[in-house]
Ligand binder design. Structure first.
Ligand code: SF4
Length: 199
């Protein structure tokens, strides 16, 4: 459950050397979707929803620049060590990462499930991103429609979309509000990374 930063330059095939702007990584959490998961928060969002719960992730400026290869390697390692079933993408706005479709594809090739929280509506997202994801929670956060019923879903206008059947039978994870689900993880920078649903 530790924040990870690696910026090693490697001699890799072109696609795997493509870069992404990562704010935080939580190697293993049960607060960001069903089963054990790795969670990745990307830096940068231009949707600027009023009441955004992660305003520090809005600035579109370099945080931790990592290659797809580095992120995939971390996920594989966490799968082996921690038994993660999948990866959750959060932000910031994951779809602003021009290379996210390659990352999703690489994870899918390794049978690692993918869930993406996006402020964009499904109709606004590139089909190349959507097609390899397993589940999407879409739409802008609307502070006038706070969702107190569903896990992790900020406002009632946001939809849970099963792109594949991978998580279809465990919709209850999102639909049945559980007791407060908060994890506190200590980052290497000695700051706190708090994940989960705090409503
Ligand atoms: S889309 Fe998400 S990260 Fe972006 S401003 Fe809205 S709530 Fe914040």
């Amino acid at each position: 459950m530790i924040f990870v930063l690696r910026q090693k330059k490697q001699d890799l095939p072109f696609d795997l050397n493509r870069k992404m702007n990562v704010a935080y990584i939580n190697l293993c959490t049960e607060a960001e979707g069903p089963y054990k998961r790795m969670a990745i928060w990307f830096q940068g969002c231009n949707l600027l929803c009023e009441g955004c719960c992660n305003p520090e992730l809005q600035p579109i400026s370099p945080a931790h620049i990592m290659t797809i290869k580095e992120i995939v390697d971390i996920a594989i390692e966490s799968k082996g060590k921690n038994g993660i079933e999948g990866v959750t993408f959060l932000g910031g706005e994951p779809t602003l990462q021009s290379n996210i479709k390659y990352l999703i594809s690489e994870l899918k090739d390794r049978n690692i499930g993918t869930i993406m929280f996006t402020g964009r509506g499904l109709e606004e997202i590139d089909e190349e991103i959507v097609k390899n994801l397993d589940l999407i929670v879409d739409g802008r956060f609307d502070k006038n429609q706070i969702d107190t019923e569903r896990n992790l879903v900020g406002s009632r206008n946001q939809k849970i979309i099963n792109v594949t059947d991978r998580y279809k039978n465990i919709d209850s994870w999102f639909l049945n509000k559980r007791d407060k689900m908060v994890e506190i993880n200590i980052c290497q920078r000695e700051s706190l990374l708090i994940t989960g649903d705090m409503l």
